[in-house]
Design a binder for this molecule. Sequence first.
Ligand code: MN
Length: 243
Amino acid sequence: MIYFASDLPRAPNYAQSRQRETRFLAWLDHIRPNAEALYIVGDLFDFWFEYREVVPKGYVRTLGRLADWTDAGIPVHFFTGNHDLWTSNYLTQEIGVLLYRQPIITTIGEKRILVGHGDGLGPGDTGYKLMKRFLFLNPICQTLLYALHPDIGVGIANYFSRRSRLVTGNADDHFKGNDQEWLVQYALRKLETQHIDYFIFGHRHLPLQIALNENSTYINLGDWIKYHSYATFDGQNAQLCYF
Ligand SMILES: [Mn+2]
């Protein structure tokens, strides 16, 4: 079985963050016996920024568990989200994940699956798209951040992490209809030129499984704040599940 999960930001306080992490780790341990691969589809971290010799505090148990999986030969595919788009080579080197900065189309069995975090895809979200392009991924901004003491740099990253969460609107916790759901629109547009069996995205923080046509489905992975939701793929069918 192949597993997909995304969006595990930390809670405002330490105790709640640990609680969230404990639940996620319990899920990892639960699925491990029959896991052939794991896809972390973005926003595993609240924020992530790598200095040459320093990485942010926290996430020790999660990172340790993922390293344990990759050491055991289970592939862990890691997609950057808007909260961890500054991921560099630490996670590939130290944890052994396969890193993706863009959505990918992968063929598993006979199914074509498009996987990606989903930030900045489809129509709308113009404010975020501009910030991502001109601020978050701007080499000058990154160089400036490197030049700062990590306590200050990480503090700034933290600030933008919260801000980008505001910009991308976690408050939209109800389904807005296919024409207002940007990722549905993105998927429908993709289907005009090619066949894709499953679109698997995170970022929306709302578990969704929507038939786009007779043989194409959009799954949103929800999150690990409210829903503890994930998706499975058995080689034939993908399914939204809850832990
Ligand atoms: Mn996101």
